[in-house]
Design a protein around this ligand. Structure first.
Ligand code: UT7
Length: 329
């Protein structure tokens, strides 16, 4: 008998976690001033919309944040960790070179056997991971996936570079994605353009027991800004067209939370009123692969996003990578 392959996948629970240490712009500016680096709350708010971010302390690892977010998503989905048959973690700040953070998360959740792996697409990582999980569910390779975006970017920041260290934060977000007879995920689209590898990168790597190259984040901010604004608009249009919908059908837009000016310009070009734009960058900073699931979970828990709403998720980041997932919650 041919096995029944589900036609759709659907998010049945969301969760997120922020490490307790919260730094306002003033707190961070005071810290940087001790090393002679000048910045201000006004510059950061004016250029980015960021007011605060969370940083891990001590030896807290990416997998620790991921597990907390995962447990909350499992609870929201009313689902036992043992019933999960796929774990994908999107991260650029894994616990180790290997094994994957997903395998460490699996161990910490006390389950074993199901496939677990990381996706490395920087700030587009969650959109890539969700697209993969959706594809695996629709081919019958999995029925209940845990899809996580988790980052400890504070570990790869250069606190002597004021152009980047004020932008990022740590955190994790997760969803449970299940096989479903009804959609769920309506359309997905992924892209990359390796010609732009150098404009956002951490060039360091391990070789012969040493770190070669600079193991901190480098970014050409204006170049990233320009590409981000264009690709976020283009990919939104094409994912909507794939689903046979228009911008008027979108209840909520959750772009990767990098900069309020990028978010607002994307909403404007899509002719979406700013009330439909989810903004968490002010309180989280840029948490890379964690930013979209964090924003999704906060909006679901606050009652802003409701069951049945149509949500457009959009990622963009290093690689260059970008993509979108259109879904009914
Ligand atoms: O997650 C991946 C996606 N990442 C992004 O989307 C980031 C995209 N880029 C951006 O968001 C913006 O380019 C930034 C927020 C990074 C920078 O804003 P900008 O308007 O492009 O500023 P800029 O880099 O052109 O710098 C303007 C000025 C410079 O001074 P001069 O040369 O004009 O005298 C910088 O030295 O601002 C100065 N500056 C700062 N001043 C105070 C740069 N960083 C700071 C700072 N505090 N933290």
């Amino acid at each position: 008998m041919t096995p029944i392959v589900p036609r759709h996948s659907r998010i049945t629970g969301t969760g997120s976690f922020l490490p307790p240490k919260r730094l306002t712009n003033d707190m961070l500016a005071a810290q940087l001033a001790q090393d002679g680096i000048e910045t201000s709350d006004q510059w950061i708010v004016d250029r980015t919309g960021i007011k605060a971010r969370h940083f891990v302390e001590g030896d807290v690892a990416c997998s620790d944040l991921a597990v907390q977010a995962a447990r909350r998503a499992l609870e929201a989905a009313d689902c036992d960790a043992a019933s999960i048959d796929l774990i994908i973690v999107a991260t650029s700040t894994p616990d180790m070179v290997f094994p994957s953070t997903a395998c460490i998360v699996q161990q910490k959740l006390g389950v074993h056997g199901c496939p677990a792996f990381d996706v490395q697409a920087v700030c587009s990582g969650f959109v890539y991971a969700l697209t993969l999980a959706d594809s695996m569910i629709r081919t019958g390779a999995a029925r209940k996936a845990l899809v996580i975006g988790a980052e400890v970017f504070s570990r790869i920041l250069d606190f002597k570079d004021r152009g980047t260290c004020v932008l990022f934060g740590d955190g994790a977000g997760a969803v449970v994605l299940e096989a479903s007879d009804t959609p769920g995920i309506l359309a997905t689209e992924l892209h990359a353009d390796g010609r732009h590898v150098g404009i956002l990168c951490v060039p360091g790597h391990v070789s012969g027991g040493q770190i070669l190259g600079d193991p901190v984040l480098k970014m050409d901010g204006p170049a990233v800004f320009k590409i981000a604004v264009n690709v976020l608009f283009d990919v939104a249009q094409s994912v909507l067209a794939k689903a046979g919908l228009t911008d008027a059908d979108v209840d909520w837009l959750i772009p990767h939370q990098a900069n309020i000016r990028i978010l607002q310009s994307t909403a404007k070009r899509l002719k979406l009123p700013t009330e439909k734009l989810i903004v968490t960058v002010d309180q989280h900073g840029n948490t890379s692969a964690a930013s979209i699931p964090l924003a999704l979970d906060e909006s679901v828990r606050s009652g802003k996003i409701k069951p049945g709403d149509t949500v457009l998720l959009e990622g963009v980041g290093g690689g260059f990578t970008w993509g979108a997932v259109l879904l009914d919650l």
